[in-house]
Design a protein. Structure first.
Length: 88
């Protein structure tokens, strides 16, 4: 029992020590909407690709490794292709 308590305490301490490193930077609504295509505000539709762009910006994701394959329904030349690759 004592050994389990020590292991739990150490694991919790390490988790809390690195907790601050996982926080994303503050993102404002204006900065996110600036990333979207101009057509979004006209029709009010948020596509899956637009959502991928927003998630990438909010989480500050790094570029996907070379060779990441896009889903069949995402065109390689689309503006959202890199964002979708990063999420994969």
């Amino acid at each position: 029992m004592h050994k389990r308590l020590i292991i739990l305490t150490v694991a919790l301490s390490l988790t809390l020590a690195f907790c601050g490193l996982a926080q994303a930077a503050e993102v404002t609504e204006d900065s996110l909407f600036g990333l979207l295509r101009a057509g979004l505000t006209a029709d009010g539709v948020l596509t899956r690709g637009d959502f991928a762009v927003l998630l990438n910006a909010a989480a500050e994701l790094t570029p996907a490794p070379e060779g990441t394959v896009l889903p069949a329904d995402v065109a390689p030349g689309s503006p959202e292709a890199d964002a979708v690759k990063n999420l994969l």
